[in-house]
Ligand binder design. Structure first.
Ligand SMILES: NC(=O)c1ccc[n+]([C@@H]2O[C@H](COP(=O)([O-])OP(=O)(O)OC[C@H]3O[C@@H](n4cnc5c(N)ncnc54)[C@H](OP(=O)(O)O)[C@@H]3O)[C@@H](O)[C@H]2O)c1
Length: 298
């Protein structure tokens, strides 16, 4: 089956019509979730041939990006980056007047703010904290910020994609949360991969290590809540362990890595950060005292 433009969307389903621009891995999942929820869904992608499955499920393929914008009051765009959004929609910006552009493309907070003044309609920026497979399910969560009235108007539709949270009118805030949360993910995954390499050198499989890593990550979530409170109060009493105690144990991680013949970059960085906080006077602080290093004050 090839993607050929078809007739106007069926709007008698009671849900607002939605347009999805960009049918990559994520865009296809977004369009599928709207279809599943009964939204008349118009789609468009730069390269033809990506809409076939969606068309079989009732989507309408617009013959051009301009037609796609004209088809719905809510336009969801999910492309590689902000430059791609400008590329795809730049020539048709006038069509956005009176519509809401929800940009689920990853980018920086400044890019989101620039796009909010670039578009001629209402602008809501969004971040998808999920993989395509879980879009439309409650475990998917999406973060939004930008035009408050436009978000409210389309809240129900956007909620079809997953759990939706709105952070207010700064269009950059969703992107800022996005990179901060991705940093949490990368930090956690790097720690897991390093641990898997260390135990792998002792012939322990990653699948054997994984349940213990997961259990420990669960405990760490408790530390996150306790330290968040300390960070907000600007006081880091060592109610559990001092940074000095942490540092001593970090050195074991470095030594074990050297002994196992694996890369020491990750544990050495962790140790160096703790040493900087201690040199700045946080020897007796809780682990939360490291915030001063990240804030550039130590
Ligand atoms: N995949 C995930 O798990 C995930 C999770 C969270 C957030 N995201 C974000 O979602 C966005 C899309 O990711 P993806 O995984 O769907 O990527 P992808 O599969 O590589 O799809 C990229 C899409 O961008 C389009 N595109 C790129 N440059 C373009 C241009 N100049 N003009 C028009 N269209 C252009 C591509 O069109 P063509 O088909 O014509 O190349 C394609 O539709 C990214 O910002 C990503 O960070 C993805």
């Amino acid at each position: 089956m090839t993607s050929t433009p078809n007739a106007a969307p069926n709007t008698d389903l009671g849900n607002e019509p939605v347009t999805v621009i960009g049918l990559g891995l994520m865009g296809r999942a977004l369009a599928a979730a709207f279809l599943e929820a009964g939204h008349p869904t118009t789609v468009w992608n730069r390269t033809p041939g990506r809409a076939d499955e969606l068309l079989a499920r009732g989507a309408v393929l617009a013959p051009s990006a301009a037609d796609a914008l004209r088809a719905s009051p809510l336009i969801v765009v999910c492309l590689s980056d902000a430059a791609a959004v400008r590329d795809a929609l730049g020539a048709h910006r006038a069509e956005l007047a009176g519509r809401t552009l929800v940009n689920l493309t990853s980018g920086t907070s400044d890019e989101a703010r620039e796009l909010s003044t670039w578009t001629s309609g209402d602008y809501v920026d969004g971040a998808i904290m999920a993989i395509p497979e879980v879009i439309g399910r409650p475990e998917a969560f999406l973060l939004f910020s930008g035009a408050p009235k436009a978000f409210e108007r389309h809240r129900d539709s956007l909620g079809r994609l997953g759990n939706a949270t709105f952070f207010g009118e700064d269009p950059g805030l969703a992107s800022l949360y996005d990179v901060a949360l991705l940093g949490v993910m990368w930090g956690t995954l790097n720690a897991f991969l390093h641990g898997a390499a260390l135990l792998g050198a002792a012939k322990v499989d990653a699948t054997t290590f994984a349940p213990f890593a997961n259990q420990w990550v669960g405990s760490v979530t408790g530390f996150v809540s306790a330290y968040a409170d300390q960070i907000d109060r600007g006081a880091y009493p060592a109610e559990d362990a001092t940074l000095e105690t942490h540092l001593a144990t970090m050195k074991y991680l470095v030594r074990e890595s050297v002994a196992a013949g694996i890369d020491t970059d990750w544990p050495a960085r962790i140790q160096a950060l703790a040493e900087r906080a201690i040199n700045a006077g946080h020897v007796g602080s809780s682990y939360a005292g490291l915030i001063e290093v990240f804030r550039g004050r130590a």
